[in-house]
Design a protein around this ligand. Structure first.
Ligand SMILES: [Zn+2]
Length: 321
């Protein structure tokens, strides 16, 4: 990502961190704590690009050195990215060891070495302990950037080795301006339903979010009216991206809780759900978050099965209304 492509609400953070790097005050281990889909990963990537640039003229990546060119091609021997792999819910110890071995060697391009870890909370204890060694004995000119949305799930020893950087999410106005500048239709509603996460709203817009959203609402309405419509509902919704469905439900279930304390409803579904005992809503919410975690972990769960489970849970709660 070039500097121009940096999300506008990240600019100030970016400039501040670049200044720290230039003054040699940037830590070798940094924990970026941010909100999901609000630009934190992009910020960490932009900082990595600057760290790796071999020239760094005027506190900017030059865009022309060997390092900058390799980064534009998305392959750089001194940039190591650790994240959960497809088919797994954890960051494996072999992957961590592999990276630690690589950074124990001399930098390939003669510049910095960067380890970018997405969702480090998905490391099990063994992987986390392996990483800890790397954090405790950093090799020269090596930087670790950990991007976490759930830092409370991280080992305390890892947290304590890193400088924590709280990355603010955009204000509603900033997010709306950005969505509108990018030609997103009905930015207000999109952003609200995406739980305030602008990158999710933008992604929805590229798909046929409105049509799909309506299909979900119609199916759920049918289920509210007649709980035996479960099979038909599952069939209707099976054509959708289950991730999208889960994101929508997370947002509506969250809103049902707000409706209970006097907030405005988004649609008939959250209005109906708000009639249910709040303990049941929270249980449903927990289930949804678990499913979201599974989907985002890249573990590639069976989406038909996941959908059916989801609808069963949902149906039970709706029947209690
Ligand atoms: Zn460069």
């Amino acid at each position: 990502m070039s500097h121009q492509a940096l999300l506008p609400w990240m600019r100030e953070q970016y400039e501040w961190q670049i200044a720290q790097i230039v003054k040699q005050r940037y830590s070798h281990a940094n924990l970026y704590i941010g909100a999901r889909a609000s630009g934190t990963e992009e910020l960490a990537l932009a900082i990595s690009r600057f760290l790796l640039c071999l020239a760094q003229p005027d506190a900017r990546p030059c865009g022309e050195c060997k390092s900058c060119i390799l980064l534009q091609k998305d392959g750089h021997p001194d940039l190591h990215i650790l994240k959960t792999e497809e088919g797994s819910t954890t960051i494996k110890i072999d992957a961590v060891r592999g990276v630690l071995h690589s950074i124990s060697q001399t930098s390939q391009l003669g510049g910095a070495k960067v380890v970018l870890i997405m969702a480090p909370e998905e490391m099990n204890e063994n992987s986390a302990n392996a990483l800890l060694k790397g954090l405790e004995e950093p090799s020269d000119n090596t930087f670790f950037l950990l991007v976490s949305y759930e830092p409370s799930r991280l080992l305390a020893t890892i947290r304590s080795r890193c400088v924590s950087l709280s990355i603010a999410k955009p204000s509603r106005r900033q997010a709306l301006d950005w969505l509108e500048q990018n030609g997103i239709r009905d930015a207000e509603l999109m952003l609200t339903e995406a739980g305030g996460a602008p990158l999710i709203a933008a992604q929805w817009n590229r798909g046929q979010m409105f049509e799909q959203r309506q299909l979900i609402l119609d199916s759920l309405q049918a289920l509210v009216a007649d709980s035996s419509a479960l099979t038909k509902c599952a069939k209707d919704l099976s054509a959708l991206d289950v991730k999208f469905l889960v994101e929508q439900l997370v947002s509506w279930v969250q809103n049902a809780v707000r409706v209970q304390s006097g907030g405005a409803s988004f649609n008939e579904f959250d209005k109906h759900l708000a009639r249910v005992d709040s303990r049941l809503i929270f249980d449903l919410y927990d289930q949804l978050l678990r499913k979201r975690r599974m989907l985002n972990s890249g573990s590639n769960p069976n989406s038909q099965l996941l959908l059916e489970e989801l609808l069963l849970d949902l149906n039970l709660v709706l029947e209690a209304a």
